[in-house]
Design a protein around this ligand. Sequence first.
Ligand SMILES: Cc1ncc(C[n+]2csc(CCOP(=O)(O)OP(=O)(O)O)c2C)c(N)n1
Ligand SMILES: [Mg+2]
Length: 926
Amino acid sequence: MFDEFGINAGYVEELHSRWQQSPASVDEGWRRFFEGAAPAPTRQGANGTRGSNGGNGQIAAAYREAVRETVHAANDSQTRVAQLVNAYRVRGHLLADLDPLDLTPPGQANLELSSVGLSDADLGTAFSTAGMSGLPDPAPLRDIVAFLRETYCGAIGVEFTHVEETEPREWLQQRMESTRNHASLDRAELLRIVTKLTDAEIFEQFIHKNYVGAKRFSLEGAESMIPLIDLLIEAAGAHGIEELVIGMAHRGRLNVLVNVMGKNVREIFAAFDDKRPERFLGGGDVKYHLGYSSDVVTGAGHAMHLSMAFNPSHLEWVNPVVEGRVRAKIDRRKRKSTMPLLVHGDASFMGQGVVAETLNLELLEGYSTGGTIHLVVNNQIGFTTVPGDSRSTRYCTDIARELRVPVFHVNGEDPEAVIQVTRLAVEYRQRFKQDVVIDMYCYRKYGHNEGDEPRFTQPVMYALIDKKAGVRDAYVARLVAAGHITREEADEIADWRRGTLEAALEDAREGDYQHMPQAMGGVWASYRGGSDAGTPEVPTTFPREALLEASDRLATMPGGFHASPKALKILEARRERAHSGHGLDWGAAEHLAFASILLDGHGIRISGQDARRGTFSHRHAVLFDAHSGEPYTPLAHLEQPGRLVGRFEIYDSPLSEASVMGFEYGYSLDRPDKLVVWEAQFGDFANTAQVILDQFIISAEDKWGRLSGLVLLLPHGFEGQGPEHSSARIERFLQLSAEDNIQVCNLTTPAQLFHALRRQVKRPWRKPLVIFTPKSLLRHHEAVSTLDELASGSFQRVIPDTSVAPEKVRSILLCSGKVFYDLADERKRLMREDVAIVRLEQYYPLSDALDRALAPYAPGTPVVWVQEEPRNMGAWYFVNARRDEIVRGRHPLSLVSRPESASPATGSKAAHDLEQKMLLEAAFAR
Ligand SMILES: Cc1ncc(C[n+]2csc(CCOP(=O)(O)OP(=O)(O)O)c2C)c(N)n1
Ligand SMILES: [Mg+2]
């Protein structure tokens, strides 16, 4: 309500509520101010327009006046106490006891009594504690200060007053103050924490002893993470969560796999022993990148499915993939019972931009997952780099302030405080459907990995760490001293754990426990990867009548909807052309492909920048009412009596490639039944998501045996639009093509797009499909297809040339994509009947379709690969390297292209036109 008072909003609100209860309890200045604002302003939500309302403007002016008066009046101690309380809520975290190494200097909190004009002399005076549950009312200032210190400056420091909405902020405040921010734990829970800490510690020690110097990225110093995740699962189960998807990096991952997810530790030992090289030649991944899933039952009896996402070394890049997976799971079940947990490192959370790009997805309609729990394992170091060199901010979590959600900083050496924030975090997420961040301060017992000497660079830090007792020891000592458990009980837990690991190690050395990740079951059971040739093609035809019906439906608006006349004209033209047998353009064929897929019962999800209209205004999947601005999506309103129609979703994404491509990739991992599409604005921008391409889309099957049917639509083509609006970097995708890992296409007709998209869902082969999509061809009068070509055609990997008599042909131009139309025009202009033009529509995997297309021509007829791209880009290096597959020794192969270049294209349209002319001349020179 008092948002415009910024950091003082809580304070003003507090005064206001006191004034409401008893006008005499606030000083005269404030009283006048609140009376002047009558009727009292209504509460504003997060989206309220600040300062736009006259009432609030008056409040602001009155506030300034009131502040002046407060300063001068100088005798309202109760007001000062309220200021102090507010200051603790806002800045108490700056004094909290967070750092187990005591290396972090306290912040300037200004919480001294003198900062609000109070003094020690006031400590015995009783003040009202209205609004502070957890204290008698009134209470002496001494008690109030002790209460505030305990709540806000103990082992937990909370940043929460920036939460804009009143309800969650007050809820959290009440929860923390009523408990002084302490978890109440019974003996069973204390024992569970000890057990989990013991599991964590003994596991690391056991590997340390048995695999000296082997990389494991020890959790030691941060062992509280294990009871944290263990109790998070408990809390999540109690709140109705049925599934947790975890994304995390190297640190402590093996520990989580074994001690939280129940992975068979024999498999981990076998991976350390690494005695099966023959199973992993050229493939597989290191043991701390592998994913896993398991089913557990919580202490309270709730069944919970746990998934740990496979992830690469590239820190933080798994985040959007996890979010996409969770969204897919939520969509599948139509219930919001899946929760993402992302575990971060302190250095990577602040350093990697994909973190901010992923946080930004959280409240968006197309990407929300109902809130993510973020856990930062803040060991106060990244490899050898200390926080002072890692970030410009105090907290490694400050990037999360973009979301205005609570951030709990907690001392990882206090497991009970860790449990308290975990419970608060889960409950907050469940209630308010937003992200929550836990920043667990800890330390790293060894170097970055176990072979690394940290004392080269952090001698002082490690002198402190060397003196540390260990998180478990310190906690056990505390519980023993408090009489909660005996030393013998604690030892027994450790002995038992050691014993089970000894036995498992013996088993591991006798048995066969090192394998590639298992093939996928469940929703993946009916799909396959592997080689292209191993999965037959399927028909992609669709009944003509049904396409006509769909095109009628797509051009029909609901009653009372006032579509833009221009958009309506486009839809109407599509409909007419379908009926009259005229050529359909790209947008029309794409729409009919989508419609046919939906009518076949498959869902479709598309996202990308401006995807709803389409960057080039060719799609118009969503129309907007001219009066209300309300959207209408014809594809979401297809009907089919007696048969299920798939769900159609299309979203304009935020201006991020990395997080959105990662999200859609993640989505495709859990929805193999759907057509999942990510579209680039221009293909040139896809490289900002290069990590998602290299580390996930391209290599996931080889490393992890994980499949995806994601479609990438990458506008590509040299049309004089400059270096960054021309190339989707075909060369890169082709260099990354191996072992039939992806499909790479450059299509020249709308019918080809229709069949390629249908093939992608109908064929059980799940491989990412990269389509270089056109720009000028979207409106090219020749780049059209008839309804019959859609209804009864099929996808052609190569389009042979049927327009010339093979025996006359003296030169074969082999090309792909848009340049075909330029070449065809030129041939017509030159009336060259001795030149054939063959189109390679699918670069990869190559097939014998090419052989068939070249077969009619006499052996020895030269084949010229013609591309618009510079020599070092486009497909030439790929074509040249695979010449044996392409011309099979029957034809000489040469190149016509732009000369090699460091930048894809010229910035001058005129230079582009000249280049293009020279290219065509060269192509027809022989
Ligand atoms: C994107 C990326 N850049 C660099 C690295 C190399 N690297 C591996 S771990 C690490 C330090 C990570 O520090 P932090 O995030 O604090 O995690 P910690 O190891 O301390 O748990 C670095 C720089 C990487 N794995 N990924
Ligand atoms: Mg770190």
